[in-house]
Design a protein around this ligand. Structure first.
Ligand SMILES: Cc1cc2nc3c(=O)[nH]c(=O)nc-3n(C[C@H](O)[C@H](O)[C@H](O)COP(=O)(O)OP(=O)(O)OC[C@H]3O[C@@H](n4cnc5c(N)ncnc54)[C@H](O)[C@@H]3O)c2cc1C
Length: 289
């Protein structure tokens, strides 16, 4: 199918973009990498009055190191994140996870801002934003604000942007020393969306876990942190019996759905298996330094 008729504006600065979004009063769509938006238009699942192309706005695609955080511009392509030495140094779990997004051609165009705003329930980057306690910076004609990634995802493909707002930046607080990570995903074919995926970090002091994070995608409408399961790990050493309790807690925390690709029961089973593997990898890497 062909997309419905729409107007099109190429914004060359942020003010022009947010002014166009404000004028359209919720009827506009931002065009970033187009890897999700164009299929949605072609299927006529969306009928915006105007597309606001942000690709030529300078200063929206960047990865910058700050003393306590890494800032990633909304227009940064998946491939740039995947190959960034800064991300590789501070967030190897993110470098690894983003390589699981679709195929290379998609990662060349797709952006972190687009992935978070689109909020597919099985997408990797929303899960990583939740895992890494990201803060999102948002601008509109009315001003700017920040929101925690955990509060941004409201429902499947529904986020806390009011239609006149532009996501501009993702801020990731640096991880403490001695943090190991794990990422596990099951897909039907290479490049598909996840049937289920789990990412975990464990921060160690000697052999004691002092901070644990477990995030999941593909097992509910939004990415989630398994907080009760995380709390079981803190103050403990990871071993098989603790792993089994954590896996059960994760399975209880999720509400996966049955669809064409997998049943809810299978997704719940996968979430547990992947959690065990991700935690074992995080524990090993935490000890390796
Ligand atoms: C074949 C195929 C396979 C894929 N596989 C995966 C996969 O395995 N995992 C995965 O996570 N994704 C996958 N994707 C989606 C891909 O990651 C997209 O790049 C991503 O979802 C959207 O990014 P984009 O920059 O292309 O956004 P666009 O398509 O341009 O926009 C997506 C949505 O976000 C809005 N938006 C974009 N940028 C902003 C902004 N800065 N502020 C406010 N709103 C904004 C748009 O208006 C639109 O509603 C796949 C896509 C395809 C075509």
């Amino acid at each position: 199918m062909k997309p419905p008729v729409f107007d099109y504006i190429v914004a060359t600065d942020r003010d022009t973009a947010v002014a166009a979004l404000a004028r359209a009063d919720g009827e506009a769509k931002v065009l970033a990498g187009g890897q999700s938006l164009m299929p949605m238009l072609n299927f006529r699942l969306l009928r915006p009055s105007i597309l606001v192309d942000i690709n030529r706005i300078p200063g929206l695609g960047f990865i910058k190191e700050m003393p306590d955080s890494i800032r990633i511009g909304a227009l940064t392509r998946h491939f740039q994140i995947e190959t960034s030495p800064l991300i590789g140094k501070h967030f190897p779990v993110l470098s690894y996870a983003v390589a699981h997004v679709g195929h290379l051609a998609i990662r060349n165009r797709g952006t972190i801002g687009g992935s978070l705003s689109h909020a597919d329930p099985a997408a990797e980057l929303p899960m990583m934003a939740v895992l890494l306690d990201a803060t999102l910076r948002i601008v509109s004609a009315a001003g700017s604000r920040t929101v925690a990634a955990r509060d941004f995802f409201l429902d499947a493909m529904t986020v806390g942007l009011d239609g006149t707002e532009l996501l501009t930046e993702v801020v990731l607080p640096k991880l403490p020393a001695h943090t190991g990570w794990g990422f596990e995903e099951i897909v039907r074919r290479h490049g598909d969306f996840a049937l289920a995926a789990v990412a975990a970090t464990l921060t160690l002091s000697g052999s004691e876990i002092v901070q644990a994070r477990i995030a999941l995608t593909g097992v509910g409408p939004i990415p989630l942190r398994a907080e009760e399961a995380e709390s079981l790990l803190v103050g403990r050493e990871f071993d098989e019996s603790l792993g089994r309790r954590v896996i059960e807690a994760v399975r209880e925390a999720i509400s996966p759905e049955t669809d064409l690709h997998a049943s809810a029961d299978f997704r719940r089973h996968l979430a547990g298996v992947l959690t065990g593997r991700a935690l074992a990898a995080a524990w090993r890497r935490g000890h390796a330094g």
